[in-house]
Design a protein around this ligand. Structure first.
Ligand SMILES: *Cc1c(COP(=O)(O)O)cnc(C)c1O
Length: 349
């Protein structure tokens, strides 16, 4: 048996999703002719209460299109230190858009409006760099699937508006936040000027993300998407999977969250310090292996040899992610393997 918990991006399209793909109506999307893409863009914009959206091949591109419409070259974007935008997009904001970044720190990536506000420097005049946008990642991936208190988002927005600072949401997993917190998607749309969302994570589509904002910003993003080489032709083939995912796979995320909690509890039961299950509110389980007799990389290799696949994201940090293709029998199997390996890893040598 193989239980692949490396990421929620590893899912296989289901037969029903493949059927939606095979029957999709398509057209040349660079001409705006693809009815399936147009429908997806309209639907997703509406879900968030926004005017418009543009389909992109990746979440990184969606993020980059968002922040380049918010921040001019030489201006500053601030975010949490382990945000995808600054850790996992290969410096794209600097390389493509001339954007400089500064970061605040939180162990779980949790948003504290005050911490962001403390480091923000809007309207800094002719000698110092001016902060023009704040990016919030929800859920926070490297923070362990953390969701943010909507009150902190409101507080940040309350400060940002009069200071003319724009808010961007990296909502690759906003669906998970929505399901875990009950906060409506349109509520997130209200607070953020731009949003990026992924269809290819928990929702189980093979490819696809969207940049969401005002008509004007989306029109500008469309030009930049083409300039970056991201204009796609009969891409309704892929958008159809996204539409299917939105219609069928949002509410079931609650199952992924329950299974992640189950994994976390089982690991905590063996070694309490590796994970605090009360911090696991979505589909990501981060194991802190500090004090183990092996590295995260070796621990991950041992688990893989036993059929449980996960990722080593730091020298002592391993990550497990539940998703559409993981069922209860997979979790049961993973629990057995992980409990055995954790016991071995924390025996003093
Ligand atoms: C996955 C992810 C993205 C986008 O990643 P791509 O691989 O470019 O689609 C953006 N932000 C976060 C937090 C993510 O987890």
């Amino acid at each position: 048996m193989i239980v692949d918990l490396r990421s929620d991006t590893v899912t296989q399209p289901t037969p029903a999703m493949r059927n939606a793909i095979s029957t999709a109506r398509v057209g040349d999307d660079v001409y705006g002719d693809d009815p399936t893409v147009n429908l997806l863009e309209e639907k997703v914009a509406k879900l968030f209460g926004k005017e418009a959206a543009v389909f992109t091949p990746s979440g990184s591109l969606a993020n980059q299109l968002c922040i380049r419409t918010l921040v001019k070259p030489g201006e500053e974007l601030i975010c949490e230190v382990n945000s995808h935008i600054v850790r996992a997009e290969l410096g794209a904001a600097a390389a493509f858009s001339g954007i400089t970044t500064r970061t605040w720190t939180d162990p779980y990536g949790e948003l504290s409006a005050n911490r962001a506000i403390e480091i923000a420097r809007p309207n800094s005049g002719p000698y110092l760099v001016s902060t023009t946008a704040v990016a919030v990642e929800n859920t926070h991936n490297f923070g362990g699937g953390t969701i943010h208190d909507i009150k902190e988002i409101e507080a940040l927005k309350k400060w940002a508006e009069p200071n003319r600072v724009k808010l961007h949401l990296d909502g690759a997993r906003i669906w998970n936040s929505h399901i875990a917190s009950g906060v409506p998607l349109s509520e997130y749309g209200k607070h953020f000027e731009t949003l990026s969302v992924c269809l290819s994570k928990g929702l189980g589509a093979p490819i696809g993300s969207l940049m969401i904002s005002t008509k004007e910003r989306v029109a500008e993003a469309r030009v930049w998407r083409k300039r970056y080489g991201g204009g796609m032709r009969q891409v309704g083939i892929i958008a159809a999977a996204g539409l299917f995912a939105i219609e069928n796979n949002i509410s079931r995320l609650v199952e992924d969250h329950l299974r992640a909690k189950q994994l976390a509890k089982a690991c905590h039961e063996i070694i309490p310090n590796v994970i605090d299950p009360t911090r696991v509110s979505t589909n990501i389980v981060g194991l802190e292996l500090l004090g183990a007799n092996i590295s995260a990389e070796d621990f991950v290799a041992q688990a893989r040899a036993e059929g449980v696949w996960m990722g080593a994201l730091g020298p002592t940090y391993a990550r497990l992610v539940t998703h559409l293709d993981i069922d209860d029998s997979g979790i049961e199997f993973a629990v057995k393997v992980l409990q055995k390996l954790l016991k071995q890893a924390f025996v003093s040598k």
